[in-house]
Design a protein around this ligand. Structure first.
Ligand SMILES: Cc1cc2nc3c(=O)[nH]c(=O)nc-3n(C[C@H](O)[C@H](O)[C@H](O)COP(=O)(O)OP(=O)(O)OC[C@H]3O[C@@H](n4cnc5c(N)ncnc54)[C@H](O)[C@@H]3O)c2cc1C
Length: 317
């Protein structure tokens, strides 16, 4: 079995940036990307806040550019779904196995497996994602200037994002399954004081409707049992966020929501395992922060491997 210096799990902005740095530093590096779930950013038509692209760039095109750059430095890539991580021996300096349809061995691992937005699982949600259905107000709010929006959820994120969306939309309607918000008091105060924000209580989304883009949301009132359509140009869903970190379960420390806990070198709680991007505990989950994390993780992994080999210059420790 081949031993890599670094194996990167995930082919989004974090993993590919780590790939650029690791391969350019002449580390023998393999990037493994899932066969069934692509980078989150490929689901959006327009990224307007990644520096260097005035006028914006489509998410798929941006990831293709990252990939081209990484491959030009000799990064090896393949597709597999990693389900498990295991120490190669009791002495972790022997490295780690990333296990998918087969085992891959490396001195160090970088987990860049991202996160997934929790879905409602209703008809129309999948079809209209990127065409009226969004999970990210920071990313998509400017597309809804003077339009009408439905926000689904009742926690801090939903209320905070609904307030943000009122800066763009003509009207925002927050739909919540309960008869009161779960958000903190200060957010509730701001929400109830905001004249652009309406509330539909005790209701759930049954279906998202439209032709080319979203035009209405079918809501069911849980008290009366009655269903009716509410016209909307966009639906923002904040039903939670699920990090793709099951593969590391029991191996490294994660927080109560499943995000991997890292230090400022992106080092997780086991020697030789690093993590970066949306799968780690952090404040802002965006492309630009994923890239920064990826660069740090790759550099730190490089130093770790050089130290294992005894080739690390002392001043770089
Ligand atoms: C609709 C939408 C619009 C957005 N718009 C913007 C925007 O305008 N600007 C912005 O900065 N950010 C935006 N974001 C956020 C941005 O997409 C993320 O912050 C960014 O993609 C995080 O990068 P990442 O590499 O950490 O994770 P991801 O891009 O999600 O990549 C994760 C990678 O890991 C792989 N993977 C997962 N599990 C496994 C496994 N078990 N085995 C192997 N591979 C695995 C996946 O295939 C994928 O390649 C948007 C998000 C969404 C959903």
């Amino acid at each position: 079995m081949e031993t890599y210096d670094i194996i990167i799990i995930g082919g989004g902005p974090a993993g590919l940036t780590a790939g650029i740095y690791a391969a350019r530093a002449k580390m023998k590096t393999l990037l493994i990307e899932s066969t069934f779930s692509a980078s989150l950013i490929t689901t959006t038509d327009m990224v307007e806040n990644y520096p260097g692209f005035p006028g914006g760039i489509d998410g798929f095109g941006l990831v293709e550019r990252f990939k081209e750059q990484a491959l030009s430095f000799g990064l090896e890539t393949l597709q597999d779904d990693i389900t498990e991580i295991q120490a190669a021996a009791s002495d972790v300096s022997s490295g780690w196995f990333a296990i998918g349809s087969q085992e891959y061995h490396a001195r160090s691992l970088i987990i860049a497996s991202g996160a997934a937005y929790a879905k409602l699982g209703v008809p129309g949600e999948k079809e209209f994602t990127g065409r009226g259905v969004s999970y990210c107000a920071t990313c998509d709010a400017p597309f809804y200037r003077d339009r009408t929006i439905v926000v689904v959820g009742g926690g801090d994120t939903a209320v905070q994002e609904a307030l943000f969306l009122t800066k763009f939309a003509s009207r925002v309607t927050l739909v919540h399954r309960r008869d009161s918000l779960r958000a903190t008091a200060i957010l509730q105060e701001r929400a109830f004081a905001n004249e652009k924000l309406d509330f539909v209580w005790s209701s759930v989304v049954e279906e998202i409707r439209g032709e080319k883009t979203v035009s209405a949301v079918r809501l069911k009132n849980l008290v009366s049992g009655r269903s009716e359509d509410l016209a909307a140009d966009g639906v923002f869903i904040f039903a939670g966020y699920i990090p793709n970190t099951e593969l590391a379960n029991g191996i490294i420390e994660r927080d109560e929501d499943g995000y991997i806990i890292v230090d400022d070198r992106m080092h997780a709680s086991q020697p030789g395992i690093f993590a970066c991007g949306d799968c780690i505990r952090k404040l802002l989950r965006q492309v630009v922060t994923a890239c920064g994390d990826g660069a740090t993780a790759a550099f730190a992994a490089q130093l770790y491997v050089e130290e294992l080999r005894g080739t690390l210059y002392p001043h770089r420790k």
